[in-house]
Design a protein around this ligand. Structure first.
Ligand SMILES: NC(=O)c1ccc[n+]([C@@H]2O[C@H](COP(=O)([O-])OP(=O)(O)OC[C@H]3O[C@@H](n4cnc5c(N)ncnc54)[C@H](OP(=O)(O)O)[C@@H]3O)[C@@H](O)[C@H]2O)c1
Length: 270
């Protein structure tokens, strides 16, 4: 029997490439997205990929999509929590709604998906949860303070969760991409701006140029899809799967805080 994967945020980028990758590997694919009817994606040309509405901010849509996927394919083997975006800019320029939406999407939405699938995984005595965190869940760069806060939350949550789920044969995996060429840096980004607040303008302009430069040098999202596939297919209980981190995690590990922060400051102000 073919295995089944359900992916959130499949309309573009990593989510869409992951759906295509698993489909090529002959998995049953449930590609969920906010607007499956109006948003035309590469997936819409493939009839046997099940496209379903799922907005991680809408609990009902999560329950409905999981039920529909199980009804169609009999079970779900792997959940990929991919939906997410970056809130970017100086923290002082943020507002309450932006902060809430960032955490609701990247953290609480992911948690709701997991809580909804757990009874099924427990009954099956098997299942794999793959959370797409980020290199930014292990280190931090300027102007992404709130985004980093969400990804660090996903890291801590996942690391703890793995222990209580192991007795039920449920695996937890964290995929940690470095820069990937997707809509993340433009269409999907939420920019923090506050009327009348100009004190950060010079810094934001300088730092954003560098940060967006990383994004431009990013690799194709297919690279992440293949890592997600590896994490989904292995018998190993390994938790973390860094991908295209360009040595940054090793550097971060080796350098004391002060040295690493100094390095980041130098790169941003050069
Ligand atoms: N690109 C990178 O460099 C990078 C690096 C590290 C981690 N990541 C992480 O990778 C994941 C995927 O991002 P990406 O790079 O592929 O960017 P992307 O192309 O912008 O994809 C983000 C996806 O999330 C969906 N989404 C946003 N809010 C949602 C919601 N409330 N409910 C359901 N779906 C929602 C978007 O749907 P719509 O099409 O409807 O907007 C889109 O499909 C994110 O969690 C991101 O933080 C990306």
């Amino acid at each position: 029997m073919n295995k089944t994967v359900l992916i959130t945020g499949s309309s573009t980028g990593i989510g869409m490439e992951t759906a295509l990758f698993f489909h090529k590997k002959k998995w049953n694919v449930v590609a969920t997205m906010r607007n499956p009817d109006t948003r035309t994606t590469d997936l819409h040309a493939i009839d046997d990929i099940l496209k379903l509405h799922l907005d991680v901010l809408d609990n009902k849509s999560i329950t409905t999509a999981i039920e529909a996927a199980i009804e169609k394919f009999g079970k779900i083997d792997v959940i990929v929590n991919n939906a997410g975006y970056g809130l970017v800019g100086a923290f002082e320029a943020s507002n309450h709604d932006q902060i809430n939406r960032q955490f609701d999407t990247n953290v609480f939405g992911l948690m709701t998906v997991i809580r909804e699938i757990l009874p099924t995984f427990r009954k099956q005595q098997s299942g794999t949860i793959i959370n797409i965190a980020s290199i930014g869940g292990r280190l931090a760069f300027p102007l992404y303070s709130l985004y980093h806060a969400t990804k660090w939350a996903v890291e801590g949550f996942s690391e703890s969760l793995q222990y209580e789920l192991k007795p039920f044969n449920i695996k937890v995996k964290v995929v940690e991409p470095g820069p990937i060429k997707t809509d993340f840096y433009d269409r999907s980004a939420d920019i923090m701006k506050k009327q009348g607040l100009t004190a950060y303008d010079g810094y934001v302009e300088r730092a954003m140029k560098i940060m967006l430069g990383f994004g431009e040098k990013g690799v194709h999202p297919r690279v992440v899809a293949s890592t997600i596939y590896k994490a989904a297919s292995t018998n190993s209980w390994k938790l973390r799967y860094p991908v295209n981190t360009q040595g940054m995690l090793a550097i971060r590990k080796l350098m004391p805080d002060a040295l690493f922060s100094g390095l980041v400051r130098t790169v941003i102000t050069k």
